[in-house]
Every structure is written in C-alpha cells, then in structure tokens.
Design a protein around this ligand. Structure first.
Ligand SMILES: NC(=O)c1ccc[n+]([C@@H]2O[C@H](COP(=O)([O-])OP(=O)(O)OC[C@H]3O[C@@H](n4cnc5c(N)ncnc54)[C@H](OP(=O)(O)O)[C@@H]3O)[C@@H](O)[C@H]2O)c1
Length: 186
C-alpha cells in the first residue's frame, strides 16, 4: 500500500531550518555513509511530492532553478510536485509542478491520483505536515536527525502527538545521523 510520509532532516531539538531559512547546520554534517541512508531507499517509491511555498522558493533560489531549470530533474524527476501557496509563484521551466491552496483534504484525491500508486512525500514545512495530520492523511514520519541544535527556527512539527499517535518502527545510525521511523496511527 502506498504511504503518505513526512521525510525530513531535522536538528536534535526539532528545527527544519533557521529563522532565515538557512540549512547550513545540515550542510556542515559529513556525508560519509549517506548512500546507505533512508532517503536513497525511500525515493524510488515516491510517486508525488508535496511542499509549502517557503520550501519551494528555498529550493528555487538555492539551486538557481530559474536560470538552471535542468537542475530540477536529477532529484525530482517527472514526479508531480504539489506546492501549497496562496500566491502566484515562479514556475521552474519543465518541472511537473501543481500549485494549490486551501484545505489539504480537498486537494488530496488529486494528489493521491497523481502519485500513480507510489508514496506521497510531504517534504514540509512542519505546519503543512500538521495540516495533513489534522486531516488524518499522514502514515509515517521518517527523521534524519543531524548532530546539531538551533536556538530557534522553522519548527519540525507544531502539533501535539503522543504515544497513542506514534509508534517507533525503526531506529538506526547512518553516518553522523540518527534515523528514526514512526508510524502515525490514524
Ligand atoms: N531540514 C529539511 O530537510 C527541510 C525539509 C523541508 C523544508 N525545510 C526548510 O524548512 C523551512 C520550512 O518553511 P515553513 O515552515 O515556512 O514551511 P512551508 O510549508 O515550506 O511554507 C509555508 C507557506 O506555505 C503556504 N501554505 C502552507 N499551507 C498552505 C495551504 N493549506 N494553502 C495555501 N498555502 C499554504 C503559505 O505561504 P503562502 O500562501 O504565502 O504562499 C505558508 O506560509 C524552509 O526554510 C525549508 O527550506 C527543511
């Protein structure tokens, strides 16, 4: 069965990025051993990707995709990539982008169909993932925890979930990262 998965790197203390959207804390971590990491195994099964507009714009700017749109394909491929936004956004030429807004439940049937039997990767940010949890649509949380902390930043998941909601199904070390996988009880 395809799953809807929040897969992300995070600091130990639950931040996805600094307040000004820097991921330098993540890029500073040695990459040795990451070819054995969860993302390498997870990505081939992903049929569609979902992200919020902050994440989308970060990717567009970081990779300079408006000038180098060919840099989209190696990672995202032709997967439908859904961007939640209430504003008009830049369209990376050639990328299979779908801009949408509002209640995630209303977009859900189209997102799932676009995944064509594959998993749906909800990349973040945390509030958008929270909207999927609120709607009972998230199956799994897969975390790569970097050896880093931040004083403040973009939150991993601003929701209250407890032991009745989350079941630890895997824990392992991959290079400098701790990888944890939780099933989300719907
Ligand atoms: N560590 C990692 O691996 C990792 C993973 C993912 C993201 N990140 C980073 O973490 C940060 C996340 O930023 P963020 O927390 O601001 O989250 P985000 O989810 O990327 O973007 C939030 C924005 O998305 C739009 N949005 C969200 N839900 C919507 C809805 N239902 N309808 C319409 N629009 C909606 C809103 O903007 P508008 O409506 O104004 O467009 C909202 O301000 C970014 O810096 C990103 O690069 C890191």
């Amino acid at each position: 069965m395809p799953k809807t998965v929040f897969h992300t790197a995070t600091t130990i203390n639950g931040f996805l990025a600094t307040d000004d959207d820097s991921l330098q804390w993540l890029f500073d971590v040695p990459t040795a051993g990451l070819e054995q990491g969860d993302l390498t195994q997870f990505m081939p099964g992903v049929g569609a990707i979902v992200m919020g507009s902050t994440t989308y714009n970060w990717v567009v700017d970081f990779e300079n995709l408006m000038e180098h749109p060919e840099k989209w394909q190696p990672f995202y491929g032709d997967r439908p990539t859904w961007v939640f936004t209430s504003r008009e956004q830049r369209q990376v030429p050639g990328a299979n982008l779908r801009f949408t807004s509002g209640d995630v439940s209303e977009a859900w049937a189209q997102i799932l169909a676009s995944a064509n039997g594959g998993d749906v990767w909800v990349m973040g940010g945390g509030e958008l993932v929270g909207q999927f949890i609120d709607a009972g649509l998230l199956d799994e949380i897969r975390l790569s925890i970097a050896p880093a902390t931040l004083v403040s930043g973009r939150p991993l998941l601003p929701r209250e979930l407890g032991t009745n909601d989350l079941v630890l199904t895997s824990a392992r070390q991959v290079g400098a990262f701790a990888e944890l996988i939780y099933e989300v009880r719907r």
